[in-house]
Design a protein around this ligand. Structure first.
Ligand SMILES: Cc1ncc(COP(=O)(O)OP(=O)(O)O)c(N)n1
Ligand SMILES: Cc1ncsc1CCOP(=O)(O)O
Ligand SMILES: [Mg+2]
Length: 206
């Protein structure tokens, strides 16, 4: 199964002429089985409606739907899980709210955060940021491939590398030991999300 992880961006999709449901369906058609709905400015109503739409699409393809930051939205649509970072709701409280059966992802940006996450009841790590990215403004210092390699070496949890990953570097990311790669612009900003996801999936399994 492809461990390519699509993280959505409505504005970027718009600029490329796509809606988020279109991007998600095209990526799923290309084999993506991890989808995160990331909405930083949407109203709660719009967020929940979009999440419901993505739930139908992801279910059709057997893909997982993860909600960024918002436990309430995840619960409202019975999503497969939630992804939180270091400034979001603490992961142990998220686990309490979503229950044991849901997927919980946590971002780690350095080795200190990795140590703090040891023993936590989380299902995977988002390892950020690997390369420079224009998609997220508030990223902390860059890990690079060496930083990624060290984090992967020190954990048994599945690791999804994120930040500036594209067709030119995804093989290096996988060679550094990541379980998978999470991307925003490489799929949402591409003229063909289907072709982009196909190419990335092929490259990462080489
Ligand atoms: C798979 C994955 N990894 C890392 C992140 C970043 O989460 P966070 O640090 O909470 O930042 P925001 O995405 O909320 O801006 C992620 N979303 N997904
Ligand atoms: C959400 C997020 N978290 C860390 S970097 C990032 C953005 C990644 O976007 P892109 O794949 O376009 O570099
Ligand atoms: Mg967050």
């Amino acid at each position: 199964m492809s461990e390519l992880y699509l993280v959505t961006d409505t504005d970027m999709g718009c600029r490329a002429g796509h809606t988020v449901p279109y991007i998600v369906e095209e990526a799923c058609r290309a084999g993506v089985r991890w989808v995160q709905l990331r909405e930083k400015t949407a109203s709660t109503r719009a967020f929940v409606e979009l999440a419901g739409e993505l739930k139908r699409i992801t279910q059709m393809y057997g893909a997982r739907l993860i909600i960024n930051d918002r436990v309430d939205v995840a619960l409202a649509v019975d999503a497969d899980g939630v992804h939180v970072g270091q400034d979001d709701m603490p992961h142990h409280l998220v686990r309490k709210l979503i229950g044991l059966d849901k997927i919980l992802g946590l971002s780690v940006n350095n080795l200190t955060e990795l140590q703090e996450a040891k023993g936590a009841d989380i299902d995977y790590l988002g390892v950020a940021a690997i390369f420079p990215t224009a998609t997220k403004q508030d990223t902390s210092s860059l890990l690079g491939l060496e930083g990624l390699r060290e984090i992967c070496r020190q954990t048994r949890l599945p690791t999804f590398a994120i930040g500036g990953i594209n067709a030119g570097n995804i093989r290096d990311v996988m060679r550094a030991g990541a379980t998978g790669a999470a991307v925003v612009s490489a799929i949402c900003g591409h003229p063909s999300p289907y072709e982009a996801a196909r190419e990335l999936s092929l490259l990462m399994s080489e």
